[in-house]
Design a protein around this ligand. Sequence first.
Ligand code: HDE
Length: 703
Amino acid sequence: MPEEISVATDPTPYETTTGPGGELHQQTTADGAHLTTNQGIVIADNQNSLKAGARGPTLLEDFILREKIFHFDHERIPERVVHARGTGAHGYFEPYPAAAHYSKAALFQDPSVQTPVFVRFSTVAGGAGSVDTPRDVRGFAVKFYTSEGIWDFVGNNIPVFFIQDAIKFPDLVHAVKMEADKGYPQAASAHDTFWDWIGLMPEAMHMVMWQMSDRTLPRSFATMQGFGIHTFRLIDADGQNTFVKFHWKPKAGLQSQIWDEAVKTAGADPDFQRRDLFERIDRGDYPEWELGVQAFDEETANGFDFDVLDSTKIIPEEIVPVTPIGRMVLDRYPDNFFAETEQVAFCPGNIVPGIDFTNDPLLQGRLFSYLDTQLKRLGSTNFHQLPINASRSPVNNFQRDGHMQRNVPKGRANYEPNSLNRIGEEAGPRECPVRGYSTYVAQDVGAEQGDKLRMRPESFADHYSQARLFFRSLDKAEQAHLASALVFELSKVGVEHVRVQVLANLINVDPELAGRVADGLNMDVPPASPTAAPVRDLDLSPAVRIINGPLDEPTLEGRAVGILIADGSDGDAIEALTSKIGDAGGKPILIAPKVGGAKLKDGSLLKADAQLAGFPSVFVDSIALILSEEGASMLAKEAAAVQFVMDAFGHLKAIGATEAAQPLLDKAGVEKDEGITDLGDRFLAAAGSRRYFDREPSLRMLA
Ligand code: HDE
């Protein structure tokens, strides 16, 4: 036993002692608080391995050391082959009365009954240790623990996909991930192999338009949409089938970052979006989405000029509006990242009675892939027994054994039918034709019978019209961002013929877009690539916009305002502004050169929430400068402060400032516009407004 030389004064039940080598021991004799091995043996010393003599060799006999290191050595499991980086949260789903009309599923029946959910948001291309804010599609996967079993809704934040057939998925993923020989770039599509593949894949062009738009730079998970992408079926109590496309609409509205902002965010806080999710939940500002469906019948489906089984197509909301059928609230962060977020296993094949698949060949491939990948990742067919994956409704069957079996089934007969297990408590489960899942007997879209062939229907042939529809429907600022993103990405492509091939596709999307991109690359526009179907000018769909779209609402709710203070700042002004921001549902954050605080005008010390050097303005939605003359002239010489203001201006945010802050505004090159205000109510309105996109053309050269 080490000699006891000091006793902790803290209120914990642990005594802290120092051993002969200077190491700290936390010891206790209190019941139930003992460290043990995995076999339940209480550990006396967790700081020293067993040695032959104090300076001698470590003994193989040390079962405590061996068990601890053995477990540690195997802590990692394979990361997801795609969507490796993600974060999750618990919450609940509540249906609206409209839902029961479409589906007999239990979770849609009673508005007073909440169904627990676990949601995992992710990026697609980067590894588990990559950053939160690359330009990338976001996964939006929801596990519903319904009273009839698990329903996994495994969607993305974009309503279309790159490919029409699952057989192409491994090629797409190989092309976008880091290059096979170089091992980079991580979490970026801006490289040769991705654009090489895209240039040869006309069906990807619609998705590429969404991918290059601001959709792939969400400000927060709470400000992005989710989509089921494929057409699904809902089955009502009479067995009637409705086709649906699922939509999640964020209550906080849609918001994205500027590209330069996303890049800077990645450096300043690689965990920006998971931190944001945690903090929103922590402060009770629970992220919320409304679930809606675009519902249509077979006749409507047959009347579309595209195929509803083709996942590269949207149904414009102007043609089939979205009917809200419920809402989802995320109100609890996981207790343990690995046990919950890492081990959660989504499978689009998990559905409940009242929901069914369609013949979409992308969806059909996914039904195999996800179950298969979980076996690789989680290592056992019993992954469904992990708490995060376990059904909350009873699981009874004769599946047995396998790695890490946790259940101890009773009874002699482990097969069905059987006559050995007697009726009664241990009779064992049997089929139920009434409550059991029955597949919808489909005679509609896509004949269920036919010759065996590897063929794409002609109804999948138009690859460009909806890409054009998307680009032309966007707000002017979004169009400029999209064109500039293409220029950025293609400028990172080193092989010239790859750029040419992409440009040849872009002409089919929109000749003006192709011209802008070619100009940005300083290249000639090549001849258009051949098309399998004529490209048509469809009616535009303003519903696809973020800027000036239906979910672009001015509000301070959930938005962060960074308030920069320094020695000499006015305490009353700070108090007035923070309380007004709080009243409007916003989040004021006090930032000072030193985190311990600033000495205010009245001599008091006000603690800061963050240190200026570690808190760039990319973290907030608008900034306020409450500075004295002395504070402003001091900060005009501090690069972090100048950059703070310069970035807020460059990222098109509202800036409110005291008159005395002018030297700092001048140093940062801030020019007056509607978004530059004093600290009165005009600032609150400006901060709640969307960004000042009119400012942008004077700040950067967009394509
Ligand atoms: Fe996935 N996808 N995917 N995907 N996907 C996976 O499953 C796959 C597709 C999506 O947070 C993998 O558990 C194939 C479309 C999300 O855990 C894997 C095809 C959509 C997530 C897989 C697609 C998605 C995944 C990797 C083409 C939007 C993360 C790890 C047929 C509707 C779920 C895993 C989470 C994850 C396969 C296409 C969304 C390998 C074969 C389309 C949100 O099974």
